[in-house]
Design a protein around this ligand. Structure first.
Ligand code: SF4
Length: 229
């Protein structure tokens, strides 16, 4: 057991992966994109925004700036106007221009398939880099967003609120070949069933393996006994 796994509870990892696969066989990245550049831009834009909203915004942006060279030479006001329907759009516009400039300067205008190079781009953290690595380049990776963080903690696959720690824990626990698919499936499960406020535990396909559900059940039984005594 590694340090990252440390004090993690024992959970049936294979069963969890099997149930996730059964429930979401087609889970995939929901951000519309045609290449690594578009995926990188869309993922940067998706911070604190829904993918649907980003997908409504990017067609006009990509039509005007189809690659890093075009975006690096863009007018920031124009880019801001094109993405103004998204939260934090001024920061995002600034980061996109700076990232595009760095792509042109250091990578011949191409998106590098390399974690260190990706996270050196302005506005690109590990989550964005992992999305690009797994989806655009087929590199096994687990991007820990708010859904992955919440669902992995509830099921018992991870413990902690720091995305980097949870990423390491999931990497330790899941077979490398399952990383990318599991990441998409955990996101879909978080969006569709295991909601932040009211998880739909009663109808959840992972209920039998979920620590959160078991704990809630025990609490309910204890409360029932207490009220009957
Ligand atoms: S049983 Fe409830 S908490 Fe557990 S994964 Fe399902 S919806 Fe989430």
């Amino acid at each position: 057991m590694s340090a990252a796994e440390g004090c993690l509870p024992r959970v049936p990892v294979r069963r969890i992966l099997g149930l996730l696969e059964q429930a979401y066989p087609e889970a995939h990245c929901a951000l519309a994109h045609r290449d690594a550049f578009e995926l990188l831009v869309a993922t940067v834009l998706s911070a604190q925004c829904t993918d649907e909203r980003v997908n409504r915004t990017t067609p006009a942006l990509f039509a005007r700036y189809p690659d890093a060279a075009a975006l690096a030479g863009a007018d920031i006001q124009e880019v801001s106007a094109l993405i103004s329907g998204l939260g934090l759009f001024r920061n995002k516009a600034r980061n996109l221009l700076a990232a595009a400039a760095r792509l042109v300067e250091h990578h011949g205008g191409q998106v590098p398939a390399d974690m260190e190079a990706l996270t050196a781009l302005p506005g690109v953290g590990r989550k964005t880099a992992n999305v690009v690595l797994s989806t655009a380049f087929g590199v096994p990776a687990i991007a820990v967003d708010t859904h992955v963080l919440r669902v992995a903690n509830r099921i018992g696959l991870a413990r902690g609120q720091k995305p980097e720690l949870v990423e390491r824990q999931l990497q330790c626990r899941l077979p490398r070949s399952a990383w990318s698919a599991a990441h998409h499936r955990l996101i879909w499960h978080g969006r569709l069933v295991c909601h932040a406020r009211r998880p739909a535990c009663a109808t959840c396909p992972l209920r039998e393996v979920c620590r959160y559900a078991r704990t809630a059940e025990r609490g309910a039984v204890a409360a029932e006994r207490a009220s009957g005594s």
